[in-house]
Design a protein around this ligand. Structure first.
Ligand SMILES: CC(C)(COP(=O)(O)OP(=O)(O)OC[C@H]1O[C@@H](n2cnc3c(N)ncnc32)[C@H](O)[C@@H]1OP(=O)(O)O)[C@@H](O)C(=O)NCCC(=O)NCCS
Length: 186
């Protein structure tokens, strides 16, 4: 493991590093299959935009991005980000991408969300975690639900993907719910 920060059964999370931009990560954001239900994939990816994104989050107090690494091969398979951290409201948003498509459907997203949620509630002292996914993004909605999140509403026609407008399903997990045992995995 290289610079592990949070560790679970099969994966670990470490802070995103500059070198990651040189790896497969660059192409994840060009892959129309990966970005189908995301805000990415509208313009081609560029090193300049990735570098700016990396540099902003590296010094930000409100956004932090972690690499999701498959322990066994020390392989960078995706990213999970904590965004819009609000230290007064004690809330934040989680975004996730498993960019290596051969790793889909193996529970890695669920494991990463559970691992990060644990850290948010037990160390960062947050009270509310939120996430959003296009209504057709069953894998994403399901991963958040398996990690204990509940649906709380939709943002109507918030995305335009695959030739039509789609609602964004909003999900959240409160500390009280997590504590009551809705958490899985870790
Ligand atoms: C969506 C995404 C994060 C899911 O990651 P993952 O590691 O495949 O998710 P998990 O394996 O933890 O799956 C969670 C559940 O969803 C199911 N699932 C995963 N992908 C699915 C799909 N495409 N269709 C239906 N169900 C799916 C899994 O089977 C599992 O349910 P189960 O345990 O009841 O069988 C991943 O596919 C991805 O990164 N996609 C591209 C980027 C993206 O859409 N990010 C999210 C933006 S909100």
């Amino acid at each position: 493991m290289r610079h592990p920060f949070l560790v679970s059964d099969r994966i670990y999370l470490r802070r995103l590093e500059k070198e990651d931009i040189e790896g497969n990560y660059f192409q994840w954001l060009n892959d129309q299959n990966v970005t189908k239900w995301m805000r990415h994939g509208i313009f081609p990816n560029s090193y300049e935009s990735m570098k700016a994104f990396y540099e902003n989050q590296a010094i930000s107090k409100t956004d932090v991005v972690f690499a999701i690494v498959f322990k066994e091969q020390d392989r960078h398979i995706g990213n999970i980000g904590l965004h819009s951290i609000n230290y007064v409201f004690r809330s934040a948003e989680i975004g996730i991408i498993i960019g290596e498509t051969d790793c889909w459907g193996k529970g890695y997203a669920t494991e990463a969300i559970s691992l990060l949620s644990h850290h948010c509630f037990k160390r960062l002292n947050l009270n509310r975690l939120a996430a959003g996914a296009v209504d057709k993004n069953i894998g994403s909605i399901r991963a958040f639900e398996k990690a204990g999140f509940s649906r709380e509403g939709v943002a109507r026609q918030a995305y335009f993907c695959e030739g039509q407008y789609h609602d964004c399903v909003n999900l959240s997990l409160l500390y009280s719910e997590w504590l009551a045992g809705k958490k899985v995995g870790v």
